[in-house]
Write a protein that binds this ligand. Structure first.
Ligand code: MRU
Length: 381
């Protein structure tokens, strides 16, 4: 079985319901941007790149299956409204806003072409949205390659390395292969991986439900820990099996390198610094947001308290797991106030490198990231 978060064919989109994983593999059909908005908000589909691609493709499907105006400008307005609506589904990941911005430019340019029809605008939109799906997999393979090379070169620990990751950044969070998990896949494929450790990732358990699922599926040697075990693991494993790096994904990298990612990332970066372990962020260049100066300017999504106070899973009677019967269990005292930020910001000072599809950005002698070089390449591509 190929792990696919997104199944797309022209005019048809399905998403793997990630709230039911790892117990049940169930695909939801997405007919429209409204369906996608709810799937993203409810986190049936999640992960910064996947959110952007599902949003873009949902509108491509809606446009294919809707009777549109023949007037190009009217279709343009329809598309802009839908994109602006989709962007409101989740605020922190830049990929969604970035995809919407790029798609608006594509349709804006199409409208200006001589004799352009409504159908022509729809086609231009669909082509650009479909390309995003293709580009994401290629970007992730590039991230995997550069990240694996950097770790082996910089860790200085011989041929095989162990790494720790957080949340889910794999095939389930992207169009395929993954970012931080792509680096782990690449290390494993090169026979350079000793052990991958993944955190449970409270409160929504993307690590234990999704990353562990991907690691088992791909037969990558891996160990699951709870978030609170990371410091003890780093202390215990040196020097016998030193963890060479902690690698995480990103929802938004600000212009100064501050990085928003799944809640708990910041604590891991502090732990890494204390233990002299490299701390790496793996993300496509589209996650670097030069219009956001620093982490202070990133909007952090706060989610319902019930995601902290309840857990969901299949019924278990102590012997048998009934995968079809989902149970919700309260795990907190009723009436307690709950704070549930979905992300935190790791200061650039704690980050050793940002792995992108074209190479690893490191800080200069001034201790600052300079992302300009990364984007100069785009200009000459
Ligand atoms: O709330 P989620 O599950 O969408 O959060 C996902 C993360 O924080 C990932 O680490 C990030 O989006 C990068 S995914 C390649």
């Amino acid at each position: 079985m190929v792990l696919e978060a997104i199944k797309y064919e022209h005019g048809s989109l399905q998403i793997l319901d990630q709230l039911r994983l790892p117990y049940t593999t169930h695909y939801d059909t997405i007919y429209s941007s409204t369906d996608a908005w709810h799937a993203i908000r409810d986190m049936r589909t999640r992960g910064a790149p996947a959110i952007a691609i599902v949003a873009a493709l949902s509108l491509a499907v809606e446009l294919t299956n809707t009777k549109l105006s023949s007037i190009s400008e009217e279709v343009n307005i329809f598309i802009i409204e839908k994109l602006e609506y989709l962007v409101t589904s989740r605020p922190t990941a830049v990929n969604l806003a970035d995809a919407a911005k790029k798609l608006k430019v594509v349709v804006g340019e199409a409208v200006k072409r001589e004799g352009m029809t409504g159908e022509g605008v729809r086609e231009a939109y669909g082509k650009a949205a479909e390309q995003m799906l293709v580009d994401d997999v290629a970007d992730n393979e590039g991230i995997g390659k550069h990240g694996a090379e950097w770790i082996v070169r910089n860790a200085g620990l011989g041929e095989e390395v162990s790494v720790l990751t957080h949340c889910n950044t794999g095939s389930l969070a992207t169009a395929g292969y993954g970012t931080a998990l792509g680096v782990i896949r690449s290390l494993h494929a090169n026979k350079q991986l000793k052990q991958a450790y993944c955190t449970e990732t409270r409160p929504y358990n993307q690590g234990s439900r999704l990353t562990a699922f991907e690691l088992v599926h791909d037969e990558i040697p891996a160990t699951l820990i709870t978030d609170s075990m990371a410091a003890a693991l780093l202390k215990l494993k040196g020097p016998s099996e030193k963890i060479a790096a902690i690698i995480v994904g990103a929802d938004r990298v600000a212009a100064n390198g501050d990085t928003a990612n799944k809640i708990g990332t910041y604590s891991l970066a502090i732990i890494a610094k204390h233990h002299g372990v490299k701390f790496l962020v793996a993300a496509p260049r589209t996650t670097i947001d030069l219009t956001t100066a620093s982490g202070d300017d990133i909007v952090i999504e706060e989610r319902p308290g019930r995601e902290v106070s309840f857990i969901r899973g299949p019924k278990y009677d102590g012997v048998t797991l009934d995968r079809a019967a989902v149970e919700t269990i309260a795990i907190a005292a009723e009436g307690i106030d709950i704070w549930n930020p979905a992300f935190d910001v790791t200061p650039a000072a704690l980050i050793d490198g940002i792995i992108t599809e074209i190479g690893v950005a490191e800080k200069g002698s001034d201790g600052k990231f300079n992302f300009e070089k990364l984007f100069e390449v785009e200009a000459t591509d």
